[in-house]
Design a protein around this ligand. Structure first.
Ligand SMILES: Nc1nc2c(c(=O)[nH]1)N[C@H]1C(S)=C(S)[C@@H](COP(=O)(O)O)O[C@H]1N2
Ligand SMILES: [Mo]
Length: 420
């Protein structure tokens, strides 16, 4: 198990990040003081498709490693053998960019009742950026990897371990070869140190934790990482096999060498006993109106309710908006860029009279899976799946829509006292 000691360096690091991101992010609560975390400061972040670096949340466990980029290399191990400098990664392979909606698997955790501990995120740990880098497939092909069948790619972070746990995460090699990249730029800028400088893995549409920062080793094996998988000291399996898995209270899940079904929702539906947090579950957030201040309306004016919706590496099929607290629903229009692994914008033209309203959005993916209204109580586990998101001890993958409601006051523009 990882240790839980608070560190002064952690607080200094959070302050420094908040300062670089001037007003775009705020510190988020983590009572056990285990994570370095900041989240989007305003709901307005979710009214735009591209998230500026300044508004992109940050989440990691250990101190940011001290990096000498000239000396940094990525070791290829397991069924491949090699060592790539940053110059090799940049110059010897094709350059691509991918759009990726990064969502912390703990986004929405703060809505679990009873509370689950760790970082109490609302909806502020999600963001979409363009990441520039080298396809993992270009590298692994050169080193002789052909069929991905049954194989896993483990990425290991160069962050100093807090306790003995190496930050190692495994994804199926099929996903790695399909669309993953080793990224060295974010939104056209050099990768900021808190986002993984000099190089990180980007796994389009998959929860943040799979997107290993400060990558120093890529290992190809027939198994995902379990204890003693790696050729190095420390505990190897914690981040894959213990943390970031969904289960009821008090369960200590067994390690698996492999699983056949990786889609997170399909795992939850029963394919895997204690699911891993891989692709993000279907989710939406209204960005505007934000509810921060009353909105003036005049005559037949409409108000645009605008936000973002995502479904991991599945597609968003539909978004509905309710302006009456969930009594009735109307279809919103999907618009803007459409990249697999990144969110879509939605808008709904709302023809409203002065008054107070509760706005909600709910998305459905192309496999027909719709966001549930609420999170269940702790005993329901998978029985909750019909209409609630299952409460789980780590508070992962929550996508209920009611907790994200926006309360808005509309004022008669010609008579500002109208709604009082
Ligand atoms: N090496 C390393 N990579 C890591 C982490 C970490 O602690 N160490 N945290 C993960 C988690 S939990 C998340 S949500 C994402 C956040 O990426 P960001 O800070 O760029 O938004 O990074 C992931 N990659
Ligand atoms: Mo995360």
């Amino acid at each position: 198990m990882a240790t839980e000691r608070p560190r002064d360096s952690r607080h200094e690091e959070i302050e420094a990040i908040v300062e670089t991101k001037a007003g775009g992010v705020t510190e988020t609560r983590d009572e056990a003081d285990k994570y370095t975390v900041v989240g989007a400061a305003r709901r307005r972040t979710f009214a735009n498709w591209l998230t500026p670096i300044e508004e992109h949340f940050v989440c990691h466990r250990n101190d940011i490693p001290d990096i000498d980029a000239d000396a940094w290399s990525v070791a290829l191990t397991g069924q491949v053998e090699g060592d790539l400098s940053l110059a090799d990664i940049r110059e010897a392979y094709p350059t691509v960019a991918v759009a990726h909606t990064m969502e912390c698997a703990g986004n929405g955790r703060g809505q679990h009742r009873p509370e689950t501990g760790s970082v109490q995120w609302g909806f502020e740990a999600a963001a979409t950026a363009f990441w520039t880098g080298t396809p993992v497939s270009s590298i692994l092909r050169e080193f002789g990897v052909e069929s991905p069948d049954g194989k896993w790619l483990t990425a290991i972070g160069g962050d100093p371990a807090d306790g003995d746990d190496v930050f190692a995460r495994s994804i199926p090699l099929s996903k790695a070869l399909d669309d993953c990249i080793l990224a060295y730029e974010m939104n056209g800028e050099p990768l900021p140190r808190e986002h993984g400088y000099p190089v990180r893995l980007i796994v389009p549409g998959w929860y943040g934790v799979n997107n290993v920062k400060w990558v120093e080793e890529l290992r190809v094996m027939n198994s995902m990482v379990v204890e003693d998988s790696l050729d190095r000291d420390g505990e190897h399996a914690y981040w894959q096999q213990t943390a970031y898995r969904m289960h009821p209270e008090g369960v200590d899940p067994d390690s698996n060498e492999t699983i056949e079904t990786v889609d997170t929702w399909a795992q939850l539906e029963g394919a895997v006993e204690y699911p891993y947090t891989f692709d993000a579950t279907v989710m939406s957030v209204i960005g505007t109106p934000s509810g921060d201040e009353p909105v003036p309306v005049r005559g037949d004016d409409t108000i645009e309710v605008r936000g973002v919706a995502w479904a991991g590496d599945d597609a968003v099929d539909r978004v509905e908006v309710s302006t009456d607290g969930g009594e009735t629903w109307s279809d919103a229009e999907l618009f803007g860029p459409e990249y697999s692994g990144a969110w879509r914008l939605f808008r709904y033209e709302w023809n409203a009279e002065p008054g107070a309203y509760e706005l909600l959005s709910r998305a459905t993916d192309d496999l027909g899976r719709r966001q549930p209204a609420t999170i269940s109580g702790p005993d329901a586990w998978r029985d909750a799946l019909d209409d609630e998101f299952p409460w789980n001890e780590g508070g992962y993958a929550a996508n209920a829509y009611e907790p994200n409601a926006v309360t808005v006051e509309l004022l008669d523009a010609d008579d500002p006292s109208s709604a009082e």
